[in-house]
Design a protein around this ligand. Structure first.
Ligand SMILES: O=c1ccn([C@@H]2O[C@H](COP(=O)(O)OP(=O)(O)O[C@H]3O[C@H](CO)[C@@H](O)[C@H](O)[C@H]3O)[C@@H](O)[C@H]2O)c(=O)[nH]1
Ligand SMILES: [Mn+2]
Length: 710
């Protein structure tokens, strides 16, 4: 370190921290009073009040309060970090990095996109000889292998060009779809033109490889295969680019393969035999490197002797390049990555987030950080290579490591490597690392370090959300429940933060209850909330407004527009009763042995032109959404009925004062669900809600109404 100046700086966010804490105080007081009201009025007014709905509504409020409280842990101490990469040691003293890029299905993950991620990683601003890029192809298809070979050839011209001219955008597709950089330098302009042509040819070859090849069909049974691409195609030794290795692990129907975590562990072992770099960057196949300096930024933490001994990983946010103007589906995950993760960083580090993290290899093998051991000076750090590529015997060994029997009777997936227990392997692996005493760091630079794809239609969104909810809740219900597991090792607030996500699926229950019960009793004219003239009513409105305003103020303070906040709020409600409910049910069914764990990759292939057009116009696209949408469409229909009939009844019976709470609730559900109403009633285009979905909803509605109004 030059002049011993610090490599990074960490600051508690103010005035956010103070505001958050004051708000926690205010809101907690409100919630407690509200619960007191529910409990006491049940006791006092039991004779006139139906017990069943009262208990359901009170239980929902209790559960909402519980989840809200957990969420405050992520807001308790948000911090911001700054790095000073210019103070890093010289290039020859930097540690090596192995980059893992994962792909699983060439149909859902078009190879040209995967190759762009791969090329962007090969062009990271880091000493070339210290970088090895691995592609794990879980599909094991010839198309991807061919594409990888082509990518290496293209990278031989692309990487030196980027480095020579200090190109900022190193993902070729992103670079060539932008306006060309105007430059007086003739040589540069010429090279740029040549590269553009080469990229076109490369793209055609990659896309062509898929057409006349039935390789898009994923072989279920296949031997392991490893190819050191750089060895085969490196004719011209003076081209200095990182090594590239293609790995397709063995797959047999008779052996569980553990999805992404299984792929990560296979590649972890193979890379351990070949390059064995002390640090690993993990990238999903759609997350390209947008800022080539991310490796150096991450090293500002990993190389700081004060924090390095216990630091397991540096997490960058997931940012997306294809978010629609007003973030129609809330795909930006703004609150998560700009607020909650900063808050967790102020406790003992953010949650591992699947992609865009620089991890210390050692952390996946040790039972915890060791006191007094300085990793930076250890042998592993200084001499990582294991005789890389020199011997073919080594490759033979590596093949064994990628076989599906290698893990039998070992601790892979349970004690070492990435963890298998849940499909959110990232969250769960990170949680166990924190339990073992490791820490993590969150770095949120102003220029996004990585950019990926967010789903551009509703069904893909709901599908992805259901998988997350299910995976998270599975951890919550298991012996690893963050609220109880290793409570003496994990700081209290951090446990709450982990618990908040583990139980996120539970939001579905109170929201479903709030979408059905008060409405049914509105139809019957029985009030479940205090009268508007009752002073207790103020409490209910305060609780609602305070929760709503919290998110509104947070979004505005993050520089988002009102529209974006509205969209995100709306999507939050839709997701709560659809994905989170299905996630919840999925875990219940799995624990009863009725369903199997599955991890279907999210679709990253570009949607049809019409779908994209609607997305860009911020118009919902319900096409393809069927079962996942049913709770939402049914609730919307119920609320339409209850609002219209309830209003009529309130006017006739002059019971507006008593029924206002329920009327308002129905109204707000309808307002937030406007796109769903539009999709059912008004729209006739291809993105509208399918007739069969409406029919099923009507059928369910009839059942609910006949039971509910009995
Ligand atoms: O059997 C599998 C399944 C998936 N993947 C790869 O895993 C990555 C993530 O899958 P994706 O479908 O893109 O996940 P997301 O829906 O984006 O999910 C998020 O949540 C996942 C956990 O559920 C994390 O692993 C991801 O990093 C995170 O981005 C992709 O590169 C896939 O190719 C595999 O290698 N093997
Ligand atoms: Mn993804």
């Amino acid at each position: 370190m030059k002049n011993n100046l610090p490599l990074h700086h960490c600051q508690v966010q103010q005035p956010r921290t103070t505001i958050n804490r004051l708000h926690t105080l205010l809101h907690t007081t409100t919630l407690l009073s509200l619960l007191y009201y529910r409990a006491s009025s049940l006791y006092v007014s039991l004779p006139n009040t139906p017990v069943f709905p009262w208990i359901l509504v009170s239980a929902s409020e209790l559960l909402l309060s519980f989840l809200w409280t957990l969420g405050q842990a992520c807001r308790w101490r948000p911090v911001t970090r700054t790095v000073f990469p210019e103070r890093l040691p010289k290039d020859d003293q930097l540690p090596s990095i192995d980059v893992f890029i994962l792909t699983a299905d060439p149909k859902k993950e078009p190879p040209i996109g995967v190759m762009n991620t791969l090329i962007s990683a090969m062009s990271l601003d880091y000493p070339t000889e210290k970088l090895t890029v691995y592609l794990s192809d879980d599909g094991g298809t010839p198309v991807t292998l061919k594409a990888t070979r082509e990518a290496f050839k293209f990278a031989k011209s692309w990487v030196p060009f980027c480095k020579e001219y200090g190109i900022e955008t190193r993902c070729p597709d992103a670079y060539f779809s932008d306006e060309f950089v105007k430059n007086d330098d003739k040589e540069f302009t010429e090279k740029q033109q040549i590269l553009k042509l080469k990229y076109q040819e490369f793209k055609e070859r990659v896309e062509g490889a898929g057409e006349n090849d039935d390789g898009t069909c994923i072989p279920q049974n296949r031997p392991p295969y490893i190819e050191v691409i750089s060895d085969l195609t490196r004719e011209n030794e003076d081209v200095n680019i990182p090594d590239l290795v293609y790995v397709s692990r063995e797959k047999r129907l008779s052996h569980p393969h553990h999805f992404k975590a299984g792929a990560l562990n296979a590649i972890l072992r193979v890379s351990g035999a070949l390059s064995n770099a002390p640090f690993i960057l993990v990238l999903d196949c759609d997350m390209y490197c947008n800022d080539p300096s991310s490796a150096r930024q991450a090293m500002c933490f990993h190389l700081d002797p004060d924090i390095s001994p216990s630091l397991a990983f540096v997490q960058f946010p997931q940012t997306f390049h294809n978010v629609s103007k007003n973030d129609l589906y809330g795909g930006k995950l703004k609150i998560t990555f700009n607020l909650l993760w900063c808050g967790l960083d102020g406790l003992r580090g953010p949650i591992l987030s699947g992609t865009g993290f620089y991890l210390k290899r050692e952390a996946l093998f040790r039972s915890g950080p060791q006191e007094g051991v300085n990793f930076i000076q250890s042998k592993l750090y200084l001499d990582p290579t294991n005789g890389w590529l020199e011997s073919t015997a080594l490759l033979q060994d590596a093949l064994v490591l990628a076989s599906c029997t290698h893990e039998e009777n070992t601790q892979w997936g349970s004690k070492i490597g990435f963890m298998y227990h849940s499909v959110v392997e990232d969250y769960f692996t990170g949680f166990l690392l924190h339990c073992k005493g490791w820490k993590s760091v969150y770095h949120l630079p102003s220029k996004p370090a990585f950019l990926g794809n967010t789903p551009t239609n509703l069904n893909d969104n709901l599908f992805q959300g259901s998988r997350w909810s299910s995976g998270l809740f599975q951890v919550g219900l298991s012996k690893y429940c963050p609220l109880t597991y290793e409570i003496f090792k994990v700081p209290f607030l951090q446990s709450l933060g982990y618990g908040f996500l583990a139980f996120y699926a539970l939001y579905s229950l109170p929201l479903l209850c709030y979408g059905v019960i008060p409405q049914l009793y509105l139809l019957k004219g029985i009030p479940l909330f205090p009268k508007v003239s009752d002073p207790w009513f103020i409490l209910f409105s305060t609780a609602y407004l305070s929760a709503l305003c919290q998110r509104l103020i947070e979004m505005i303070s993050l520089g988002e527009s009102l529209r974006v906040w509205w969209n995100e709020e709306r999507m939050w409600m839709i997701k709560a009763i659809t994905c989170h409910f299905f996630g919840f049910m999925d875990v219940i069914l799995k624990s009863l042995g009725i369903r199997e764990i599955n991890f279907e990759p999210t679709n990253k292939a570009a949607d049809e032109e019409q779908v994209m057009k609607r997305y860009k116009m911020d118009k919902f696209d319900f096409h393809g959404a069927t079962v996942l949408l049913l709770p939402s469409t049914t609730i919307v229909l119920l609320n339409l009925v209850s609002f219209v009939l309830g209003l009529q009844r309130a006017i006739m019976k002059k019971s507006f004062d008593a029924m206002f709470g329920q009327l308002f609730l129905s109204f707000i559900v309808l307002v937030f669900s406007f796109p769903v109403i539009e999709g059912m009633v008004v729209r006739k285009d291809k993105g509208c809600i399918q007739g069969s979905v409406i029919l099923y909803s009507v059928a369910i509605l009839i059942v609910i109404l006949s039971f509910g109004t009995m």
